[in-house]
Design a binder for this molecule. Sequence first.
Ligand code: TRP
Length: 447
Amino acid sequence: MNSRILTGITTTGTPHLGNYAGALQPAIAASHDPQAEAFFFLADLHALIKCEDPRRIQRSRLEITATWLACGLDPCKTVFYRQSDIPEIPQLNWLLSCVTAKGLLNRAHAYKAVVSRNGEEGADPDAGVSMGLYSYPVLMAADILLFNAHVVPVGRDQVQHVEMARDIAQRFNHVFGNGQEPFVLPQARIREDVQLLPGLDGRKMSKSYDNTIALFLGSRELKDAVNRIVTDSKAPGEAKDPDQAHLFSLYQAFASAEDSRQLHGDLLAGLGWGEAKNRLYLLLEQTLGDKRERYHALMARPDELEDIVLAGAIKARKVATPVLESLREAVGLRTFTGISSAKVDSRSSARRERGSRLVTFKDENGEFRFRLLDANGATVLLSRGFADGITAGTFGQRLLEIRYPDLRTYGQMVSLWLDGEALAHSDVVHDTVAEEARFRAALDDLS
Ligand code: TRP
């Protein structure tokens, strides 16, 4: 079976080298695997949790779309869409919210980090925590589970969220699965060979540390950014330890193994930092130059980008709509008629096939009676009382042998006669003729 990989990028910023090496590049490489079916999306609903600047949200969605395409994402071979174009995602979000324990979300790292910071600052524990932030992992579970993704490539900080999606899926399967498993349990995939890319100052490259190098800087700006990378103060000619230098880590993330070995040796032998920076700059130019040109060409054609993501949404919803339909069925949000719903409840359809039937029961006075029920489960006849269940059952079975039922009408009630006495009666009805017809149909159905 094909495996389905799915990942999203939160659209709050401009993509940087860390995003490229850690997420974009490996995801696009994985999408070239013919065995894989790739779903990539812009997590723009998640973006609203972190950002209240509409212009930045809009700009970032456009930039990230152009970036994916410029970096080689093929929208014909993948399903590439905006989260906010798929209404089934927030709908599933609600179904999942209803089976997600609050305690599970209390344990989410992102939420706990805010609470502990508030504690250190003596603020209210929930200061600055929106319901969006708190429920972030549920929305992410909806992203993943709606498409029954097997593999979710993510950064280390997101692994807990994928595990929560598994927990939530298991819970839903248990409560509503009815012996089946509506959801596939997803697996996080972290690229072990990509350590977190360091930023200008050596800490993880991240917007929150303001130490990033944007992916598509112009040549000049790129050169300036590389020159700002912090190094130790060893002079040219002095031996340098490449494994302690984040300049080298950055180089290694983009270079071939052979070029990496070369720079490693040269630094040990005393290569100056200025020259090392120049090599990194040239390498980045060579890796990203063409992509940058494609990126700018795409950014100049927002209509085309819009068409591409809308076509992606149509593909995504082909998968999502029937999935959501069957989940609605599973939780009991069904049509009243059962006609247009995807799956009719299995018990009621079995009953329909079986037609009418007999049930024997003990009434409030301790007597035994049988009922003849029609195909919809409505009572057609209620028998007189018998001393024991076996006799009631035996008389009921005799209905199967009746070829010409002796039906008699008294006032607004219809009775079935057998062996010279009234065996069973209808309710009081308006239309005794219609009721007789119902009896005959139910008796026919039975035999
Ligand atoms: N939370 C992810 C991040 O910030 C983005 C994301 C949203 C995502 N939904 C997802 C990633 C579903 C993988 C699968 O990086």
